[in-house]
Design a protein around this ligand. Structure first.
Ligand SMILES: NC(=O)C1=CN([C@@H]2O[C@H](COP(=O)(O)OP(=O)(O)OC[C@H]3O[C@@H](n4cnc5c(N)ncnc54)[C@H](OP(=O)(O)O)[C@@H]3O)[C@@H](O)[C@H]2O)C=CC1
Ligand SMILES: O=C(O)C1=N[C@H](C(=O)O)C[C@H](O)C1
Length: 258
């Protein structure tokens, strides 16, 4: 039995994750965390009486194997650190961790001898998009990313877009860009190591990304679409089952796919 805590349990992804844990025979929900809740009775949230509801990190969490985090960009760093310090393996879906945060967490993971998995995107389509885009960038170094999300998304660009740009810049040869005068600030989007990222926020959208490559007289577009949040749950279940096989804090679902 894998004992699980869900952080951000009342959110869109948190609720899906609680359902997943409850209906999976070898997973057991032992705790849920949100600093926003004031009522700590599990029954209030339709949870079994043995599930510990907590709203502060100044507490001892229930004994658990895995901490699944779908919280907020402002809370994820402290949450992940807390999990590692209590030897609970984090499986982090929340976006917004900076490179500096990531390095700090890797050091904590090493010091606490506790592994974990940071997953920019649990969707198989997104994992494959990043893999294919990385391959294409060897041949098409001119590339831009457009990510499109629901209007409630708190951060921009998306974690997936940053992860895509990071992987592209590992393989592509940097292109010299002409100096462009932006007549409207932001027209060329964000810039991650020369990869421009454009963020769209609209009602009706869930999570989508396009990687556009341009070459001499030709173009290649790779696109993925997450039409609903259930699409992420297969990846979450895999991560929870496989995080125990990791030796360190690792980034990317591809590292636990066989
Ligand atoms: N990796 C992936 O595949 C995916 C990642 N995500 C990411 O997951 C995160 C959550 O997304 P989503 O569920 O849509 O967001 P929501 O806003 O629906 O949910 C976030 C929840 O976190 C709670 N919360 C606020 N602060 C904290 C904190 N410090 N610790 C724990 N919980 C907290 C909120 O409580 P309250 O409601 O009371 O304010 C809220 O219920 C985002 O960063 C998003 O980008 C989303 C989809 C897929
Ligand atoms: O906020 C979301 O919805 C999503 N966030 C993640 C991100 O920032 O990339 C993953 C997915 O795109 C959905």
């Amino acid at each position: 039995m894998i004992k699980v805590i869900v952080a951000g349990f009342r959110g869109s992804m948190g609720q899906k994750t609680v359902n997943l844990v409850q209906k999976t025979a070898d997973f057991k929900l032992v705790g849920v965390y949100s600093p926003e809740v004031t009522d700590l009775k599990p029954q209030t949230y339709g949870l079994a009486s043995e599930v510990q509801v907590f709203n502060t990190l100044k507490t001892t969490p229930p004994v658990a194997d895995v901490w699944i985090d779908f919280s907020t960009p402002s809370g994820v760093f402290e949450n992940t650190k807390f999990a590692l310090q209590h030897h609970i393996k984090p499986v982090v879906g929340t976006s917004g961790l900076s490179d500096q945060h990531l390095n700090d967490l890797k050091e904590t993971a090493q010091a606490e001898n506790t592994a974990g998995l940071i997953v920019p995107n649990f969707g198989m389509s997104a994992v494959l998009l990043m893999k294919f885009a990385k391959e294409a960038a060897k041949y098409f170094p001119d590339v831009e990313v457009i990510e499109m999300h629901h209007e409630d998304k708190l951060d921009a660009p998306s974690g997936t877009a940053i992860s895509t740009a990071k992987q592209l810049s590992e393989v592509r040869q940097t292109q010299a860009e002409p100096e462009v005068k932006e007549t409207l600030k932001g027209a060329r989007g964000a810039d991650y190591n020369g990869v421009h990222i454009h963020s769209v926020r609209l009602p009706g959208y869930v999570a989508h990304e396009q990687v556009l490559f341009g070459g001499e007289g030709e173009a290649l577009t790779i696109r993925q679409d997450s039409f609903n949040r259930d699409s992420f749950m297969t990846g979450v279940a895999i991560a929870v089952r496989k995080v125990g096989t990791l030796k360190e804090l690792t980034v990317g679902l591809e590292n636990v796919l066989s």
